[in-house]
Design a protein around this ligand. Structure first.
Ligand code: PNS
Length: 181
């Protein structure tokens, strides 16, 4: 029997902050699924890394960046991702893959998530090549040092970064180890 429920996907990440690479995945995901929930984790996959923007700020930046996409919702993610996906009646976890280096960790997470909830599939979209090197960590490092971010993040995100560093915030020193989002 065919499943007639709307196809809904959850795209999780820490989005600290959202980049054009994330937005590329969000736009393509929104075209592939009836609904896409972008789930903003308050902590990053590296718990040692303090976020630059808090959860509410990251949600607000994502909302502003996806205003033109009516089937995209932005929410904070608390607890286990698969439980959240089940609660939101999503069938798919959507992830972006930039390079082979992303694969090892993403593969482990996908298999763990499948073990926890076999009814949910993880779908990977290859990031467009122009963003294949882009990460929130690198963006923060460039912003901290006053470099130009044109085409890498929306303009209002670049402004938010500038303001945050003018307030004296510290970017994580491990930006060279590109984060997985
Ligand atoms: O952008 P990030 O920091 O790489 O995103 C990591 C994220 C949010 C996808 C991951 O930490 C996650 O899924 N967190 C939710 C908690 C959970 O379910 N953990 C088990 C994953 S196998």
């Amino acid at each position: 029997m065919t499943d007639s429920r709307p196809r809904r996907a959850v795209y999780p990440g820490s989005f600290d902050p959202v980049t054009c690479g994330h937005l590329d995945i969000i736009r393509r995901g929104a075209a592939l699924f009836d609904g896409l929930v972008v789930a903003v984790s308050p902590v990053s996959s590296n718990p040692e890394k303090a976020p630059l923007f808090n959860g509410v700020e990251r949600v607000a930046l994502l909302q502003a960046a996806t205003r033109d996409l009516p089937n995209v919702e932005i929410e904070e993610l608390h607890g286990l991702l698969v439980q959240y996906a089940l609660d939101r009646q999503a069938q798919v976890i959507l992830k972006g893959l930039r390079a082979v280096s992303d694969l090892e960790f993403e593969y482990a997470m996908a298999l763990m998530n499948r073990r926890l909830a076999p009814q949910i599939d993880t779908v990977f979209l290859m990031t467009s090549d122009e963003y294949s090197y882009l990460s929130s960590s690198l963006v923060k490092e460039v912003a901290r040092l006053g470099g130009a971010l044109d085409g890498l993040v929306p303009e209002f995100v670049a402004e938010a970064l500038k303001r945050r560093f003018q307030e004296g915030a510290e970017a994580s020193p491990d930006a060279q180890v590109a984060e997985r989002s």
